[in-house]
Design a protein around this ligand. Structure first.
Ligand code: FES
Ligand SMILES: [Fe+2]
Length: 390
């Protein structure tokens, strides 16, 4: 192990700048050093990414977690670390509903207990060994884990999206990215409409004026007057005679982000803070109806999935890739110029950052007061979630 506290577990040097939250000075440094409160549910993958009998390696704020699906379809999430010699369990094999480490064959059940040793125990009693397990569930076609205190998992809810269920679900369009950027940069990006210049080719929104911004408990609400879907390509989606596309409501509903245009076009953005400079971002867009481009005719429902695939490939994904490139460039800019003064003009961005900082500080306070703190304030900023029952 290197003595450099700025070096990640991977051995890759971490960027300069404040290594810990305590070191950070100023709002920008504090927000860029902040993690996200692990006492919430976080989307880690689409269900389709994890077939039966397979493992999926992920991370929450630097801490490795393996999710695996048993032969019966059940999902389990464990610390991605064999308790024997610390190999990643995600490199192991799923056997029934158990996970076997590839090295000496220790086999774990879904609660993280070693239930089988594939070698001689040298006359010892079978040791009782376990690794932390995390609550895991599915909703909206996504796999969610609860990386924090499992006792709180039942009290936290994953946002409901009633529009996507029932007999006439809205048309849905998904996009997922892993971006090399701090999670707060992504929250800033998706709700700050001053960056319409970046999207000058597609013009998903244009000429935005912030008309409201308010911090209400753990939520920032904001509205813009703007022309939504005003570009040549993006305008094809919307019947403007039916849907008010002159304003948009957004919220950073911690830790999730969402928008609503005229009650007809909505989205959720679920961010997984993998580490200080890596975030996985799940976008779920949904539309109550889609217009055939160039007409006022509504597309027949049976054609919606095909249309969504084409629209996603031609418009939505290229547009989001512009955002991805921008936040990754912002991350590099921050790492190079972390001490430079910041000029932030949009007051809503200040509120997102205040909320992110407060939630992280509240988590740190709560964690320190626990009988077995999670060891959160490690030098490299990693979160070590509390072990469950062991
Ligand atoms: S390292 Fe996993 S069984 Fe030995
Ligand atoms: Fe954008």
């Amino acid at each position: 192990m290197t003595g450099d506290p700025r070096r990640a577990r991977t051995g890759r040097p971490l960027p300069p700048g404040p290594a810990t939250f305590a070191e950070a000075r100023g709002k920008r440094a504090r927000v860029r050093a902040a993690g996200m409160d692990p006492d919430y549910w976080y989307a880690v993958a689409h269900e389709s990414e994890l077939p039966r009998g397979k493992t999926l390696a992920t991370r929450f704020w630097g801490h490795p977690i393996v999710v695996y699906r048993g032969a019966d379809g059940s999902l389990h999430a464990l610390e991605d670390r064999c308790a024997h010699r610390q190999l990643r369990l995600s490199g192991g094999e799923v056997n029934g509903c158990h996970l076997t480490c590839t090295y000496h064959g220790w086999t774990y059940d879904g609660e993280g207990n070693v239930v089988h040793y594939a070698h001689d125990l040298f006359g010892r009693a079978r040791p009782e060994v376990r690794v932390p397990a995390y609550p895991v569930t599915t909703r909206h076609g996504l796999i969610w884990i609860f990386p924090g205190d499992p006792a709180l998992a039942g009290a936290r809810t994953i946002p409901a999206i009633p529009e996507l269920s029932g007999s006439r679900p809205w048309a849905r369009l998904d996009a997922v990215y892993t971006w090399q950027a701090h999670h707060s940069m992504i929250i800033d990006n998706v709700s700050d409409f001053t960056h319409s210049y970046l999207h000058r080719r597609y013009r998903p929104f244009w000429d935005a004026k912030l008309t409201r911004h308010e911090l209400i408990e753990d939520r920032v609400e904001l509205s813009y007057e703007t022309r939504v879907g005003g570009g040549r390509l993006t305008s094809g989606f919307v019947d403007r005679s039916r849907v008010d596309t002159t304003s948009i409501e957004l919220a950073f509903d911690y830790p999730y982000q969402r928008s609503d245009t005229g009650g007809s076009i909505k989205h959720w953005c679920f961010v997984l803070p993998m580490d200080r400079r890596t975030s996985r971002v799940f976008f779920v867009f949904y539309f109550d109806a889609v217009t055939i481009p160039g007409t006022r005719w509504t597309l027949p429902r049976r054609l919606l999935p095909h249309f969504m695939r084409v629209a996603g490939a031609l418009v939505v994904k290229p547009l989001l890739c512009e955002d991805g490139a921008a936040v990754e460039a912002e991350q590099l800019g921050y790492e190079t110029h972390y001490a430079a003064p910041i000029v932030e003009l949009n007051p809503a961005v200040g509120l997102f950052q205040d909320l992110t900082i407060r939630k992280w500080e509240e988590f740190l306070d709560r964690d320190r007061a626990r009988p077995h703190p999670s060891g959160i304030a490690t030098a490299d900023g990693r979160v070590i979630p509390p072990p469950r029952g062991g």
